[in-house]
Design a protein around this ligand. Structure first.
Ligand code: PGA
Length: 260
């Protein structure tokens, strides 16, 4: 059985004061997460604050990005070893906002997928659990290229690492047209893509595919989480906007706990 994960990606939001309030509110109202995993992804400068607030609570934390380099002259980057210093369990890799805003202008898609595979290798070999984000742009969606986009990154990862290596990772299907738009993918659409991803991995390694947790991300809220999580191949969510509102985030965690 796959344990659901609800991951709150704060993106570039928060201050010391607002984070403290949000974490307090989450911790006072969350009570039903023994059977699910919950994790918070604050901006890197607040990892220390989040660790201090969450240690001993059972909630994990992680970073929104990791460098593909181990150390050196890479201004502004954060390495896997630094992330480990703060007891992070997870790191996101390849979130579409990073791809679009920072990489896509300079890199062609295959080189970008390669870079993500390198980040994956660095993170996994440091003991972090990578959550690799995959999803089609609005244009790719309109042109019916979802499966092509998903396969390209999955195949690059498998070519780099072998399918077994995916047993140390999670995938997140995040259609770019659904992120921050309020327009979530339907549970049926998301289920089909998740199933397709799992079958693609199963072609290489059936057991790894069966155990692989695949999260859905894109406008998940308290009122649509239950229908998404009720689908058999959706193993939790990567939550952006709604993770900044304690009640919403707790409702999403409860929806995940009801669908184990
Ligand atoms: P959203 O973001 O929930 O605000 O759509 C999801 C994400 O970007 O991970």
């Amino acid at each position: 059985m796959r344990k659901p994960l609800v991951a709150g990606n704060w993106k570039m939001n928060g201050t010391n004061a607002s984070n403290r309030q949000l974490l307090d509110d989450i911790l006072t109202s969350i009570d039903d997460f023994a059977d699910i995993d919950v994790a918070i992804f604050p901006p890197a400068v607040y990892i220390h604050q989040v660790r201090e607030a969450l240690k001993g609570t059972g909630i994990h934390w992680g970073t929104q990005n990791v460098s593909s380099y181990l150390e050196g002259p890479y201004t502004g980057e954060v390495s896997a070893a630094m992330i480990n210093d703060f007891n992070c369990e997870y790191t996101l890799i390849g979130h579409s906002e990073r791809r679009c805003l920072y990489d896509e202008l300079n890199l062609d898609q295959l080189v970008l997928d390669q870079l993500l595979a390198e980040k994956y290798e660095t993170a996994a070999s440091s003991g972090l659990t990578p959550i690799i984000c995959i999803g089609e742009s609005p244009q790719e969606h309109d042109q019916g290229q979802t499966e092509e986009v998903v396969v390209r990154l999955l195949d690059t990862l498998i070519a780099h690492q072998g399918a077994k290596a995916l047993s140390r990772t999670l995938l997140a299907y995040e259609p770019v047209w659904a992120i921050g738009t309020g327009k979530s993918a339907s549970p049926e659409w998301a289920q089909n893509v998740h199933q397709f991803m799992r079958e693609r991995v199963a072609k290489h390694d059936r057991k790894t595919a069966e155990n692989l947790r695949i999260l859905y991300g894109g406008s998940v809220k308290g009122n649509n989480a239950a229908s998404l999580f009720s689908k058999s191949d959706i193993d939790g969510g990567l939550i952006g906007g709604a993770s900044l509102i304690a009640d919403e985030f707790v409702n999403i965690c409860q929806a995940a706990a009801q669908h184990i």
